[in-house]
Design a protein around this ligand. Sequence first.
Ligand code: ZN
Ligand code: ZN
Length: 359
Amino acid sequence: MSARARWAGLAAAIWLAACGTVNPYYDASRPHHRPGGFVNVGGPTGGKPFSEFARWQYERTRDGLPRPPTEHVPGFTGFPVQRPDLALLAENRRGARVTATWIGHATLFMQLGGRNLLVDPVFSDRVSPVSFAGPKRRVPLPARLDELPAADVVLISHNHYDHLDEPTVRALQAQPGGPPLFVAPLGVDLWLRSVGATRVERLDWWDTLRVDGLEIVLTPAQHWSSRSPWDRNATLWGGFAVRTPGFTFWYSGDTGYAPIFEEIGRRLGAIDLAAIPVGAYAPRWFMKDQHVNPDEAVRIFREVGARAAIGVHWGTFELTDEPLDAPIGDLRAALDAQGIARDRFVLYRHGETRTYEGR
Ligand code: ZN
Ligand code: ZN
């Protein structure tokens, strides 16, 4: 290759990086589509400029944040980790009962309609592009992936590292009995295939997938996406509803508080169980557009009209400035202030399994 060709190639690479990405699913009729990716509708388009990220990093280093989880909640002595109810989960395989097990952070193992589902499965010790640096798991995993019943369906809400973990995806693809079906927002399907996933379905907001007696709907969220400095908002983000004739589960995905939840509740109808983030919200000036705090999580719970909720996205990785246990007290205060009984919107222990009745 001549020197001139090399320079042209380099210039093209720089230009491509600077201009961002190409959205292969671009549909000009859809307001959240852009030729290079996706945006939030009617809200701030996700992702903060580097200058604001740098200010946040400077301030949290200067102030020694986050503080250790010790005295935020009276009587708090650390995170109890329990084993999932593996006997129940094994016995209920293909069974009628709805179960939910919180593995930590945003990872849930669910049984619904006789199927095993994993939501945003992350079983690695760090949520980072590299294994030697980045936010580390502060509370041990309650179970290994291979101790859980094999997954039938894996839901990936977006491509941030605390929701989409490459070693976990590879392990699921190789699980005994064959790979699960991965369901992901537009663009994340291509990443999944690039790391070897073979059974992949992609959804746009409000698309519905019918599979194995389940109806899976991708719902909008106010968030953003990125796995590298060059792919900001190139792939879509969202939440999921999973419905059977007798039960509707809805996971909001990562989201800021936005005027989208009443419509989600209206379109889905009765929600029996919601999973809503309650952590990674400080400092508010930086996080507000992308992550709700517990007060906003309870508002979302009320706006979608869910019967019950589990708080997720907390207590596992120190991603932001609030102490790891802060959601415990802040969620209680938010429920009391908004007049919602504390047993309707709960936090599980790491590893805890609960069962739910359908309608
Ligand atoms: Zn995220
Ligand atoms: Zn997240």
